[in-house]
Write a protein that binds this ligand. Structure first.
Ligand code: PEP
Ligand code: MN
Length: 354
């Protein structure tokens, strides 16, 4: 995955963020064209519309299907925009390729199914077009990377990922929990991968789209894929989370894009301080482990067991309370102490086995 290429199109300046916008679903030729014309007039260069819609339950609007591909071709012809749609089967992929669709994406429900991903990957083999992979519905980074690898193995090098949030029982204010640490870890694992954020599906509500977009920019995402509809309140799917092209234009104007090479001297100074803290933390941990091994030797000489549950519980409770006083989360400190304790026990067991 070291040879991935950026998702770039000729004549579109490679600047952050790359924006893909358009309705959740292609509903009618008029709706598609009206939305596309308004977005194009605002300078949007990549148009999205779902032609086949995977629905959680039967009976919802499942997309117009192949007929709508002709509408996307018309968008391309009349506005000069690049066009994108979701594919979930080999037939979808073949039809989209035939219609000259410029960019494809795999939806969250498809990414969760390796059989479906492989089927689409096989159908795309030998075709050079960019493909985006939305995160699977569940917070499973390996499954997400696995889908990307299947496409890479089929020869797709212009690969991207879309962070659209994760399904959860306690969803809080979001339709899908952002769990930002997952796309951040994806970026650490695959630094050449282009990563988009889909604030529409994370938020599920119009008013969350702008703050989520800003957060994505602050975290260094490359692009945004936003659901935009000429008349959101009458959309046939996802109507709560679609915004008009005019609202999208205002959102774009409001985004603050911080460049990573703008790090000032004071930021460097703060980072040096953090590095110093980390050095001290590691030395302290090493000292703690040395003491743990000494305790191990003592326990060995006195034939005592390694684990004293009472002492451990007491330590966790006391430190959790102390951490709260110091302005940290109880859960954070418990997780940290548990990890440290696990390593101490491992080192003591080692001493006992010597
Ligand atoms: C969509 O983009 O309209 C869509 C169905 O998204 P997801 O696969 O993220 O649910
Ligand atoms: Mn949608």
């Amino acid at each position: 995955m070291n040879d991935l290429l950026p998702i770039e199109f000729p004549e579109i300046a490679a600047q952050r963020p790359t924006i893909i916008a358009g309705p959740c679903s292609a509903e009618t030729e008029e709706q598609v064209l009206a939305t596309a014309r308004a977005l194009a007039a605002d300078g949007i260069r990549i148009f999205r519309a779902g032609v086949w819609k995977p629905r959680t339950k039967p009976g919802g609007f499942e997309g117009v299907g192949i007929e709508a591909l002709a509408w996307l071709r018309r968008v391309k012809r009349e506005t000069g925009m690049y066009v994108a749609t979701e594919v979930a089967t080999a037939e979808h992929a073949a039809a989209a390729l035939d219609a000259g669709i410029d960019l494809l994406w795999l939806g969250a429900r498809t990414t969760a199914n390796p059989f479906a991903v492989q089927e689409v990957a096989d159908a795309l083999r030998g075709h050079d077009l960019p493909v985006l992979v939305k995160n699977p519905v569940s917070p499973d980074l390996e499954l997400w990377i696995g889908a990307l690898e299947r496409l890479r193995n089929a020869g797709i090098r212009r690969l991207g990922a879309v962070h659209r949030g994760f399904s959860s029982l306690d969803r809080g204010i979001y339709r899908n929990q952002p769990q930002w640490s997952i796309p951040i870890e994806l970026h650490r694992r695959l630094p050449h991968l282009t990563i988009f954020c889909d604030p529409s599906h994370i938020g599920g509500r119009r008013e969350l789209i702008a703050p989520l977009s800003q957060q994505a920019m602050d975290l260094g995402f490359d692009g945004l894929i936003v659901e935009s509809h000429c008349a959101p309140e009458s959309a046939w799917s996802d109507k709560e989370q679609q915004i008009t092209p005019a609202t999208l234009a205002a959102l774009r104007r409001s985004l603050v894009i911080r460049r990573s090479d703008e790090a000032t001297e004071s930021l460097h100074a703060l980072r040096r301080e953090i590095d110093k803290c980390d050095d001290e933390l590691l030395e302290l941990l090493a000292r703690r482990m040395r003491i743990a091994r000494d305790i191990g030797r003592y326990k060995k000489e006195h034939a005592m067991p390694v684990l004293q549950a009472e002492r451990y519980n007491d330590l966790l409770d006391r430190r959790a309370a102390q951490a709260c006083d110091l302005g940290m989360e109880r859960d954070f400190i418990r997780t940290l102490l548990q990890a440290i304790h696990e390593e101490s026990v491992r080192q003591q067991m080692h001493v006992l086995g010597e």
